[in-house]
Design a protein. Structure first.
Length: 286
């Protein structure tokens, strides 16, 4: 009996790509859920939800909801939000299916070390490098060029977090002014927390100097505000002689409102009242 030699028939590239795509899709599942304030039940916008140890992640929308794709298997997912304690929980992802993982975050008053008492710096105790890694305070100061350098590094990290939160809050808005109004609400929520406010709005201008603080803020909060007003002006949504002057005036009003909210007996009511005034201020630029 004679056997014919096997013949190899090449598979078209498009078919290979289709098969590979289908195989990949079959290995992936979906993780969805909500992130709420544990105490009030309020949806937390801009919370970062990530699959630990990977670059997979999502940010919650205005309703506090998130959705992301992840490989099948058991994963640890973490939810982090400025001013709240991070929460990590385990979830099992099944290929081609969706699994729900909801988070309830506890608001965390950032406990600072003794440097804050003197108007300097700021590391949450759960992240105190010296205590966890046996690094001396002198070594920290040396690394950052002194107390002022350490404080500046932490201030910039907080500014960057705030910038991300404000950007996420306005991401789904229909126009720059709508995004700005959502950002104002988020700004008052975050900066009216005593620990965050003291670092960003009270200690930072004093310790760093107004010029350096303003230079840094131009990269983050003020820069975001200026960009929103500039975009609104280019779309003829506002009419002002100087967009920068309008941005400075609005930021000043926002900071003052934040300080008032923090010291109010009824913070929720005061925040709502001040937010309404700030929104009307924005509308007056039309």
């Amino acid at each position: 009996m004679r056997f014919s030699p096997l013949r190899w028939t090449p598979i078209p590239g498009a078919l290979l790509l289709l098969l590979a795509t289908q195989a990949t899709a079959q290995q992936m599942g979906t993780i969805t859920g909500s992130v709420l304030d544990a105490r009030s039940g309020r949806p937390l916008t801009g919370t970062e939800v990530t699959v630990v140890g990977t670059r997979i992640g999502a940010v919650t929308n205005a309703q506090g909801l998130y959705r992301m794709e992840a490989p099948a298997g058991v994963h640890r997912i973490s939810a982090t939000q400025l001013g709240y304690g991070a929460v990590t929980q385990e979830v099992t992802v099944v290929a081609g299916q969706s699994v729900t993982s909801d988070f309830r975050l506890e608001e965390r008053v950032i406990t600072l070390d003794e440097l804050l008492v003197t108007g300097y710096a700021v590391t949450p105790r759960r992240e105190r490098t010296g205590a966890q890694a046996q690094v001396t305070r002198g070594a920290l100061y040396h690394h950052y060029g002194g107390k002022e350098g350490l404080f500046e590094a932490v201030t910039e990290a907080l500014m960057a977090e705030l910038h991300a939160q404000l950007g996420a809050a306005g991401a789904e808005a229909g126009d720059p002014l709508a995004a700005l109004k959502l950002g104002i609400h988020r700004f008052l929520q975050i900066t009216s927390r005593p620990a965050t406010q003291r670092i960003l709005l009270i200690d930072a201008p004093t310790v760093m100097g107004w010029s350096r603080w303003r230079e840094m803020d131009r990269k983050y909060g003020f820069g975001l505000l200026l960009a929103a007003l500039s975009a609104a002006a280019s779309l003829k949504l506002i009419h002002v002689q100087s967009v920068e002057a309008a941005a400075h005036a609005l930021l000043g009003a926002m900071i003052e409102s934040s300080l008032v909210v923090t010291r109010a007996r009824n913070k929720k009511q005061t925040l709502a009242e001040d937010e309404l005034v700030l929104v009307k201020l924005v509308d007056s630029l039309r």
